[in-house]
Write a protein that binds this ligand. Structure first.
Ligand SMILES: [Zn+2]
Length: 65
């Protein structure tokens, strides 16, 4: 599954990043994100706050990582 990070905002700052299937707006944890929210590639995940539930879901979906 191709995934990317999508931002969840609080006011105008990024609250945390969720993992979403590429081109989708629903995170792996079930959170619906704004379609226009900023996205970035997964390798950038290590420099920001990433949703723990998304992280757990992504590991179970891709055990080879
Ligand atoms: Zn999430």
């Amino acid at each position: 599954m191709n995934v990317e990070l999508k931002a969840e905002y609080e006011w105008r700052t990024v609250l945390q990043w969720h993992i979403v299937p590429s081109g989708d707006s629903t995170a792996l944890c079930g959170r619906l994100l704004a379609p226009a929210a900023e996205t970035k590639p997964i390798p950038a995940a290590h420099d920001g706050e990433v949703c723990e539930r998304c992280g757990a879901a992504d590991k179970s979906a891709a055990p080879h990582s």
